[in-house]
Ligand binder design. Structure first.
Ligand code: PMP
Length: 424
């Protein structure tokens, strides 16, 4: 049998002294990037929505189904053991990837959305009382708003938001000022999916910790771009999603301090999460298995393991450097377009460019760009409160990855100019 993904050596996401990442070489690893759309070479600028998958990820999923498809933790036969080893190896890789103290602090979930719902229902709900507050920020994705509202409503508590500046920066002192004794929980995105803003999580976590308020960090948009060290960040919960990290859809992780996971009741009940079941009393498995009822997305997690290896092999430092370079280039290029308004202009940001053009609807812009082969997202980006803050119904958003190139940015800006002349 060929080497399974979990057998591959991989490097830690640390600093490397290697040559800068070459986007042209990197993009050759992604089969989909060579396709055409409407007869034009695809320019995929929708990476914040979901990232493309390198061949090693696709092959790992394929190999699982061809060579060791079996359920995890249930069978003693060889296939069952191989599948379990591959699935559990991804937990190890994730633990290293985010520098968790222990693999037992990593719960495998379907994505950030499930991770946050789990924490809202299992941790927050039993602790909330009428009049309590959950503090988030104006720039949150709905995944870091709605789960809190669902549990708050059941207790007569409410979700409140810390404000941001027009340029898209969280006003840290306002966040801290809102950490009153009423606040029982706080949630913040590490990187905004609309603005690209990188929030000062360490500082926020320190302020929360000083007041005994647990902090959840939504790392959906951070994990593909920044080295994550949950211990250094000092937060209590960290959620990430695999499909933005070049892995399969339906995969993700919730990290939490062990003592918090131990104190939380299960969210889903069923097979795999118990020690012993009887009609009188059921006892639960230890974390993280207590939170993993039922058959998981085994193939997906095998693929996610390969994605983490891939990212580690490239090096998040080199990925970050390539993306910062491309972001600076693309920002300058977009600013040269007459009538273009950028949302999110903070110095410390990820490669996300939300924009509008005077007189052009975001959806029209995205549709016409698609005809030029350029995939950007248009809409509210699951961030209604942020759209309300800016007083716009939607924006267009170009989100870049390390496999995007300056030539693609040039073609994108030329396509925008074409559309603008047509519509504005
Ligand atoms: N939070 C942020 C900041 C996101 O960008 C997204 C995905 N757009 C999510 C949460 C939800 O991730 P998923 O749908 O993979 O659970």
């Amino acid at each position: 049998m060929s080497a399974r993904p979990q057998d591959r050596e991989h490097t830690q996401p640390g600093l490397s002294n290697r040559a800068p990442l070459d986007p042209l070489r990197a993009r050759a690893d992604f089969p989909l990037l060579s396709r055409q759309v409407h007869g034009k070479p695809l320019i995929y600028f929708d990476n914040a929505n979901t990232a493309q998958k390198p061949a090693v990820v696709i092959e790992a999923v394929d190999r699982y189904y061809r060579e060791f498809n079996a359920n995890v933790s249930r069978a003693v036969h060889a296939l069952g053991e191989e599948a379990t080893a591959a699935y559990e190896a991804t937990r190890d890789k994730l633990a290293l990837f985010i520098n968790a103290k222990s693999r037992d602090e990593v719960v495998l979930v379907s994505g950030t959305t499930q991770a946050i719902n789990l924490v809202a229902h299992s941790y927050a709900l039993p602790r909330l009382q009428a009049g309590d507050e959950i503090l988030v920020t104006t720039m949150e994705h709905h995944a870091n708003i709605v789960p809190w509202q669902l549990v708050a409503e059941r207790r007569g508590a409410k979700v409140v938001a810390a404000p941001i500046t027009r340029s898209g920066e969280l006003i840290v002192e306002e966040f801290i000022a809102r950490l009153t004794p009423r606040v029982k929980f706080a949630g913040v995105t590490h990187v905004s999916n609309v603005l690209g803003t990188i929030n000062p999580v360490r500082e926020l976590a320190k302020a929360c910790r000083a007041r005994g308020i647990p902090l959840l960090v939504d790392g959906s948009q951070a994990a593909p771009h920044l080295p994550i060290d949950v211990q250094a960040l000092g937060c209590d919960f960290y959620a990430l999603t695999g499909h933005k990290l070049f892995g399969p859809t339906g995969t993700g992780a919730l990290w939490a301090r062990r003592e918090l996971l131990e104190a939380m009741p299960p969210f889903f009940g069923g097979g795999e999460m118990i020690k012993m079941v009887s009609f009188d009393k059921t006892t639960f498995a230890d974390p993280p298995h207590k939170f993993e009822a039922g058959t998981p997305n085994i193939a997906g997690f095998v693929g996610l393991g390969a994605a983490i290896d891939y990212v580690n092999d490239l090096g998040l430092d080199r990925i970050g450097a390539a993306e910062r370079d491309l972001l600076a280039y693309a920002t300058d290029a977009l600013k040269s377009v007459p009538g273009l308004r950028l949302f999110g202009e903070v110095p410390h940001k990820a490669a996300v460019l939300s924009f509008l053009i005077d007189g052009v609807h975001a959806h029209d812009l995205a549709t016409l760009l698609d005809h030029e082969g350029v995939a950007v997202r248009s809409g509210h980006h699951c961030a209604h409160p942020l759209m309300q803050f800016y007083g716009v119904p939607a924006t267009a958003r170009a989100s870049l990855a390390f496999y995007n190139t300056r030539a693609e940015v040039d073609a994108f800006v030329a396509a925008i100019e074409k559309v603008r002349k047509l519509l504005a």
